[in-house]
Design a protein around this ligand. Structure first.
Ligand code: GLN
Ligand code: ZN
Length: 755
């Protein structure tokens, strides 16, 4: 990981951006982190050190920068300025909420099925490329000066083009490959001239479904590079998954080595001797996506017979270690049991070194015995296994994941009870987490603010938010979520089976890091988690107050999940805990319960062949969580993403009474999904893009609602923002929601009300 053990990169970036430090200070921190990482890897017994794995913001942006794919609009005063304008946008936001300079950040998307986000370049048919910034060479030379021979890492040309956005519809960015390859050849030649003998090229597109286009592009690319840069050895690297056809393809290309992620595809190991030929095989044996200690003895038993049949093997983590925390040794609050079961990035390197020694015939029996003891202790620990939970999951029956009556009957009972107008208005849950709210939480955490004072403060914030919602005329109210640090952590902290790290940060994008909780054992709920707040909030108003929960799939997806149970099983345990919470809220008089599934889509496997089985259990878990509710209780769900078309049927199968989804940025494009599939329940297509400080006009929201009306019946439509408002300020939130309520009223005026 490039972020530094104490998040040094974040601090350096943010001080630089705020103008409190200069370019040289930032670059110095970056160089220190690189030097430290090389030395540390060497010390831990790593033979082949990577270079160009560091990035100030994102490695895909670095690639765009390297090949000169820089939009004219983003050119700044210096290279670094340009780089950050691409990463973050630029320009002052005016009081009226508009970004006048119009330099927006490049669009972001998730890097395959990880929670790391890359920046997408927009490429046009006339796009040309040039070697604009040879960062791979600079890093290689820098390492060499420190005495390290490194293997530079590049994002491959086919992956770069596949992950770029076409500037005009219908344009295939892969058609730019012939123009891009000479630049790659130039970079490789410069590395070879400087002394590199190997270069690693990452082509994670190999994980995607094998397609004629990608196969042709890979064939063309590697033939070109082999021809233009003879003698340089390329390690073609795939990870996260690999299709059989793509595996065959990878081993047919003119490259000196191929890396395979054996944690996702363990079955490939035995096939390698017949695939490899005279290539070096890079065995991705240590899981780069999880934090559990590897079972080294089991691994060795499988590796030994295969390794003896191969000419040259390299032992490697399955993928880059960007996705795991850095060093377990920093965690002094984790108990020793749990700690003995974990391995962060540095510990994973130690595991590799032990495997290497064992396979080279050195005596590492002490380390192997220690590993075996930890693995055995974990298997049988009573801390992990809760027979009551296992029994409950085993006792799940299909009726438990079905509501009492079908939607058509439920909705009549709900309408009668809730008595909401047509086009009901609501928000997604959180209200602005202002500096005061964050300061109070921090002070409370440090013990400077007593429990009672903190509680009083939160109650007051909640009351203010409720009064304000009443005043502007919202229909279904929320309490504002001021008491929550994070939508997952808040629940995880109250559940058994979860643990938390102090320094387990993982880069999400740029200087934004997350610290996922660890699901280490059977999950259960000891007592209600949100009822007190919901009841307090409802007591303040006659309007309906929504109870807010995070759904089981999201609780799973945004955590490091135990690897000794199938994910589906862990998810069912969480679903049962949420189910109990739903029932408690209902019993306490809460009439609408929203179960957020923000991460439902990102759980989709890369391989479409595995989609259905994921969707089946994910939908089942949502239904386990929600279906205990009586017909009269209205279940909402919220999902914040815009690529819906491929999973719309699964969303329908979740059978929430109301879903709110993100649509405003895409101009309701998402509702295209509803052309072929008539969504049966109610929908709140977001009409206010909360990701931007911009305050939309009322007319704009009305236009979006009218557009939604082309696909949905008026009585199906709710009016709400795209997502929670916690990252916004009150200055934008207030006018935006006032206009949102006005837009709903205007829509109602043109339609009859319910009778
Ligand atoms: N209820 C949460 C909120 O409003 C949902 C956040 C999310 O979907 N990411 O903040
Ligand atoms: Zn959301």
């Amino acid at each position: 990981p490039r972020i530094g053990k104490r998040r040094e990169l974040k601090t350096a970036l943010e001080t630089f951006w705020s103008g409190k430090s200069d370019e040289s200070a930032l670059l110095e921190t970056a160089a220190t982190l690189r030097a430290r990482n090389w030395q540390r890897q060497k010390d831990l017994g790593i033979d082949i050190l990577p270079s160009n794995d560091f990035s100030l913001y994102d490695h895909l942006l670095d690639t765009a920068f390297m090949v000169g794919a820089v939009p004219e609009t983003h050119r700044g005063a210096s290279d670094l300025d340009t780089y950050f304008r691409m990463a973050r946008g630029a320009g002052e936001v005016s009081a009226c909420g508009h970004n006048h300079s119009g330099v927006t950040a490049l669009e972001m998307t998730k890097w395959f099925n990880t929670n790391y986000h890359v920046l997408l370049s927009e490429l046009k048919p006339s796009q040309t490329f040039e070697l604009a910034h040879n960062k791979p060479l600079a890093d290689y030379v820098e390492a060499k000066a420190l005495g390290h021979q490194t293997r530079p890492v590049l994002v491959g040309p086919v992956t770069f083009l596949t992950l770029s956005k076409p500037a005009i519809g219908g344009f295939n960015t892969l058609s730019l490959l012939p123009r891009l390859l000479p630049v790659y050849a130039e970079v490789l030649r410069s590395l070879q001239d400087a002394g590199a003998d190997w270069v690693q090229i990452d082509e994670p597109v190999l994980a995607n479904a094998p397609g004629g286009q990608i196969a042709l592009a890979l064939t063309e690319a590697y033939a070109h590079l082999a021809r233009e840069v003879p003698g340089l050895k390329l390690m073609l690297t795939s990870y996260f998954d690999v299709h059989d056809a793509n595996l065959d393809l990878a081993f047919s290309l003119p490259v000196a080595g191929v890396h395979v992620d054996l944690t996702v595809r363990p079955d490939v190991l035995e096939k390698l001797p017949s695939l490899a030929g005279d290539r070096t095989v890079s065995l991705g044996v240590i899981d780069g996506r999880n934090i559990w200690k590897a079972d080294l003895n089991a691994l060795l038993a499988r590796l030994k017979p295969v390794v003896s049949q191969l000419d040259r093997v390299i032992l490697v983590p399955s993928c880059s270690l960007l996705h795991v925390p850095i060093d377990l040794a920093q965690e002094d609050k984790l108990d020793s049991d749990l700690k003995s079961w974990l391995a962060f990035a540095e510990q994973k390197l130690e595991e590799l070194a032990i495997l290497k020694s064992a396979l080279s015939g050195e005596d590492v029996s002490a380390q192997l015995a220690e590993n075996a003891a930890a693995i055995a202790a974990r298997k049988t620990s009573p801390r992990i296994h809760n027979p009551a939970v296992t029994e409950r999951v085993a006792g799940l029956t299909p009726p438990m994941s079905e509501r009492q009556s079908p939607f058509a009957e439920r909705i009549l009972k709900q309408r009668k009870r809730l008595n909401l107008p047509l086009y009901p208005t609501t928000t997604i849950g959180s209200f602005p987490q202002t500096a005061e709210v964050r300061a109070a939480r921090l002070q409370h955490g440090k013990g400077q603010l007593s429990d009672a004072d903190y509680d009083a403060f939160l109650k007051l914030e909640t009351e203010k938010a409720i009064r304000w919602q009443e005043e502007i005329g919202l229909d279904a109210l929320v309490h504002g979520e001021f008491e929550r640090n994070d939508m997952v952590q808040y629940f995880a902290e109250q559940l058994e089976g979860y643990a938390f790290t102090q320094h387990g940060w993982v880069q999400s994008y740029g200087s934004r890091y997350v610290r996922p909780p660890v699901i280490f054992g059977d999950v259960s709920r000891l007592k209600s988690m949100t009822v007190d707040w919901a009841v307090y909030a409802q007591s303040l108003t006659d309007k309906v107050m929504k109870g807010m929960l995070t759904g089981p799939v999201t609780m799973l997806q945004w955590a490091f999940v135990r690897d000794d149970l199938p994910r589906s099983q862990v998810c069912r345990q969480i679903a049962l805990a949420i189910r109990d919470e739903v029932l408690d809220l209902e019993a306490a008089g809460i009439r609408i319960i929203q179960i957020d599934e923000a991460a439902f889509r990102e759980g989709l496997p890369i391989n479409p062949a595995q989609w259905q089985s994921y969707l089946d259990w994910a939908v089942e878990c949502f239904k386990i969580a929600s279906a205990g509710a009586a017909d009269e209780t209205q279940i909402h769900s919220h999902m914040c993403y815009s690529e819906f078309n491929d999973i719309i049927r699964a969303i329908g199968a979740m059978d929430a009474d109301v879903i709110s989804i993100e649509t405003s940025r895409s101009n309701m494009e998402l509702l295209e999904a509803f052309i072929d599939y008539k969504y049966p329940n109610e929908v709140g297509p977001g009409v206010y893009d909360i990701h931007s400080p911009r305050v939309p006009e009322q007319a704009e929201m009305e236009r979006l609602l009218a557009k939604a009306g082309q696909r949905l019946k008026p009585e199906q439509i709710w009016v709400n923002p795209d997502c929670g408002l916690k990252t916004r300020g009150w200055a934008e939130t207030k006018p935006a929601l006032e206009r949102l309520v006005a837009a709903a009223k205007a829509m109602r005026a043109t339609h009859p009300v319910w009778v």
